[in-house]
Design a protein around this ligand. Structure first.
Ligand SMILES: [Zn+2]
Ligand SMILES: [Zn+2]
Length: 269
């Protein structure tokens, strides 16, 4: 287990009240590292979280950042494309999002969500960063808008994947990756496990989405990046490969999606 390198493609560390993580981010990050997590992508869901995100990035080199206004976030002012593009100067700011559509909730009017989503895609194309997509009960509109806004140009990931194979196929065809969370370990997630089994190995990512969705055997607790190993082990079982192979491949996929694009962008500057 010691030689494994795991990449948590989606977690929420800062910007939360610290009833999560036992009140200490420093502890959570240290324990993640002890549990083989060597890449940790922290996803901010509001633009006012930006200063906190940058200070988190300065704490540790293995933390990477993404920012966007989550479809369910109620904000005073909708972010413009310009507001968004300004946030990606830091070399470890690697993705735009999470963005997308959430029709399960009505916190934000659906038309407003769609307009917000389009602006995030436009910003991602301008800064040449991949997108982190959140979709809930909205997959057809998500796929349509990704296509209309030419998201293919930058690619990205459908995070916390809970859709069917048809949605997976459409996303894969646009060059997107699929990221699986602790839901994969839940008893009633047979359909999601079937997609995880079928998807191309070089398009799979894993994530904790912590502090939410703790995997079995920690289900019901507050989640942590340190629990990524349970998700990796579950995926290994589903695919019939070793944990080492899952770690190697998902980390490689993480690097290809988020880090190569970063260095390529830098090289152009
Ligand atoms: Zn999400
Ligand atoms: Zn999230």
């Amino acid at each position: 287990m010691d030689s494994l390198i795991l990449a948590d493609s989606h977690c929420h560390l800062e910007g939360l009240d610290l009833t999560f993580y036992e009140g200490s981010l420093t502890r959570a990050v240290a324990v993640a590292r002890e549990n083989q997590v060597r890449y940790l992508l922290n996803v901010a869901t509001r633009l006012d979280a930006f200063p906190g995100l940058i200070s988190l990035l300065s704490q540790d080199e293995f933390i990477y950042g993404a920012i966007g206004v989550h479809p369910s976030e109620v904000v005073d002012q909708e972010p413009s494309v310009d507001d968004l593009t300004r946030l990606f100067d830091h070399p470890r700011m690697v993705a735009v999002g999470e963005t997308g559509l959430d029709y399960h909730y009505q916190f934000v009017n659906h038309e407003t969500q769609r307009e917000r989503f389009r602006r995030h895609i436009q910003a991602a194309r301008l800064v040449k960063k991949p997108l982190i997509i959140h979709t809930r009960e909205a997959s057809q509109d998500v796929l349509r808008i990704l296509k209309e806004e030419k998201a293919e140009e930058v690619g990205g990931v459908l995070h916390c994947f809970t859709e069917n194979w048809a949605v997976a196929e459409a996303a894969l065809a646009m060059g997107f990756y699929l990221s699986f969370s602790g839901i994969l370990t839940f008893k009633n997630a047979e359909a999601i496990r079937a997609v995880a089994k079928q998807a191309p190995f070089d398009r799979l990512l894993i994530e904790t989405d912590s502090p939410y969705l703790a995997p079995v055997p920690q289900r019901g607790k507050s989640n942590e990046p340190a629990y990524l190993k349970y998700i990796a082990a579950c995926l290994a079982e589903i695919r019939g490969v070793t944990l080492a192979e899952i770690a190697k491949q998902t980390t490689k996929n993480f690097q290809r999606l988020f880090l190569l694009k970063t260095s390529r962008t830098e090289a152009h500057c």
